[in-house]
Design a binder for this molecule. Structure first.
Ligand SMILES: [Zn+2]
Length: 582
């Protein structure tokens, strides 16, 4: 670091670990007379206003041995009246008891934080070096982060500015740690919360293959745009998620999904974890460096809108599983099953008739990230439908003798500095595949309703088999079951038989045609044969009866199974080989 200005310094102390409180001390030199300090209201990569400031308390300030007045200006900003040139010291506590990857956590076993939750931004000094010192670590605890170490300081780190500081999450505790090299660059994998039988060597070997495939995808034999990369995985009883960063990722998974020593084969849970690893790693290029133009400079105080999450999340979702195939971790048949699951998920989303993926991107702040019982009726996921747009575009570009790979690498060349816009995307697609493909892409992105996938898949050597959907989906019901709640309606899909019958979210299903149901399987027996049936249910403590008749939106009644076509045409075989390698 060569910044000649005095650094902004944070000391993060763990003395109150059992009470889930970090004590933070911030030292500011050259403070303004009315120095503003604020916490972000959101963390880049997770598009929701979370108001991290609500967990901050007890803020005080001192300068030259004297107390200074700290005045809150709004929900996330404080003003400190300073005087003279002495360093300003600001102290506060942050409550941290959220195991998600987006905020902060601390107890007597483990700590984790994003600086967006802990480190006040010093307005006017964002470009200075930001130093982080961690103190009060219990005996035997270690620290893992991609943030560069501060020379000469134990558990000290430094970032070139506030944007970088908040882009390096930190894991604390006694965790498993492994290392490998990919693309000539050291990678580290940290796992907290693993069972003793956890097969770390397998996780390292599989992750290395994913990383090598992605580095080769973007750079051939060249090096990736980071000198070191760190995976921070926390395994819990029940949880799933990931957040991308410039040289690391924070991941959350089910403990039972970790690979176990002596276990062969690729279980669904472990495959999901590898898909998550692949997804977040792909973001290291696609959204952390190749960005929507709107994200070139983040505003931490409010929503940052873009209409392009279908590209940055959807195309990343397309490549996450495709990279598992290219890394040789799954075969084409397994890969096509993953695509079919996405196709069927979008098909069972009536909201795709209401919202385009461009609109879904824009509305992420209030819709995708705030799901409720009406979500499947009012929204479509820019992840899943966006990944199908990528698939369709890839197949169209391949027919034109190119591929989506070429488009991504082209964007890496032309859009790094000024960011990606929709027009730039359309122009580059037109250059590769011709104006008709660009126009088609515009239609998929701004249109509503299903994508024309079937014909494109057949032309790529894929066999389609239409099958009846699961009984609940066909009726338009999303259900849950529990020992205390019984069989409960979570959502009623728009245009479905369940909607026509008058079912409502929250209804508890008691009986079908006079037979008590206690589990989903019980209900399946009675609803499956298509006759009208009498449902006995409870709504707001009142017992009532409804008649459920088959019918409703036919799209809900069907699913598709995808497999490699056994005897494709020569053209289809050649295309599948170029696309899936066999
Ligand atoms: Zn993502």
């Amino acid at each position: 670091m060569t910044n000649p200005l005095a650094p902004v310094q944070y000391r993060v102390d763990l003395a109150d670990a059992a009470a889930h409180r970090y004590r933070v001390t911030l030292t500011v030199r050259d403070a303004a007379p009315e120095q503003l300090l604020s916490l972000p209201v959101w963390i880049p990569g997770s598009y929701m206003v979370r108001e991290f400031g609500r967990h901050l308390s007890g803020i005080t300030a001192r300068q030259g041995g004297r107390e200074r007045v700290v005045q809150p200006l709004d929900k996330t900003t404080w003003q400190v009246a300073t005087s003279g040139r002495a360093a300003l010291t600001v102290s506060y506590e942050v409550y941290a008891f959220d195991t998600s990857v987006r905020t902060a956590f601390l107890d007597d076993r483990r700590g984790f934080f994003n600086a967006t939750s802990l480190c006040l931004r010093v307005h006017g000094q964002e470009a200075r070096d930001h130093q982080l010192q961690i103190t009060g670590l219990p005996a035997g605890w270690d620290v893992a982060t991609a943030m560069p170490a501060l020379a000469g300081a134990r558990h000290g780190f430094v970032s070139a500015g506030y944007d970088e500081l908040v882009d390096h999450p930190v894991e604390l505790g006694r965790f498993w740690r492994g290392r490998f090299e990919a693309g000539g660059v050291p990678h580290e994998f940290v796992v907290a919360g693993a069972w003793p039988g956890f097969d770390g060597e397998r996780l390292l070997a599989d992750t290395r293959r994913i990383c090598a495939a992605q580095i080769a995808f973007w750079h051939g034999r060249g090096k990736p745009p980071f000198g070191r990369y760190v995976f921070l995985l926390n395994a819990v009883e029940e949880g799933y998620g990931g957040l991308e960063h410039r040289a690391s990722t924070a991941l959350l998974c089910n403990r039972r999904d970790l690979p176990r020593t002596g276990q062969a084969g690729m279980g669904e849970g472990y495959l999901t974890l590898l898909g998550l690893i692949s997804h977040e790693y792909f973001h290291t290029w696609n959204v952390k460096r190749l960005k929507p133009r709107e994200f070139l400079q983040f505003d931490y105080s409010r929503e940052n809108y873009t209409r392009l999450l279908w590209f940055f999340e959807g195309f990343t979702s397309y490549y996450d599983d495709l990279m598992l195939r290219r890394a040789g971790l799954i075969d084409s048949a397994r890969y096509l099953k993953l695509i079919a699951r996405t196709v069927n998920g979008v098909r069972a989303t009536p909201g795709q008739q209401v919202q385009s993926v461009a609109e879904a991107s824009f509305d992420a702040w209030v819709k995708y990230y705030r799901p409720d019982e009406n979500t499947p009726n009012s929204t479509v996921s820019y992840y899943t439908k966006g990944s199908l747009v990528a698939l369709l575009l890839d197949l169209h570009l391949r027919r034109a003798g190119h591929s989506l790979d070429a488009l991504m690498r082209r964007l890496w060349k032309v859009a790094l500095r000024d960011g990606v816009t929709e027009q730039l995307l359309l122009d580059e697609v037109a250059t590769l595949g011709g104006p008709a493909v660009a126009e088609a892409l515009r239609g998929w992105v701004h249109g509503r309703g299903p994508l024309p996938l079937d014909e494109a898949l057949v032309a790529a050597g894929v066999h389609l088999a239409h099958e009846p959907a699961a009984w609940a989906t066909a009726l338009g019901l999303k259900l849950s079951e529990g020992a205390l709640t019984g069989v409960q309606v979570k959502s009623v899909l728009r245009g479905s038989a369940a909607e026509a019958a008058g079912l409502s979210p929250g209804d508890e299903l008691l009986a079908v045609d006079g037979w008590r149901i206690r589990r989903l399987d019980d209900a399946r027996q009675w609803v499956a044969d298509g006759r009208p049936c009498e449902l006995l249910l409870v709504r707001d403590q009142r017992v009532r009866t409804l008649t459920l008749r088959a019918g409703g939106d036919a799209a809900l009644g069907q699913t598709v199974a995808l497999s490699p076509e056994a005897s494709p045409s020569d053209a289809a075989r050649a295309m599948r080989r170029a696309w899936l390698g066999d």
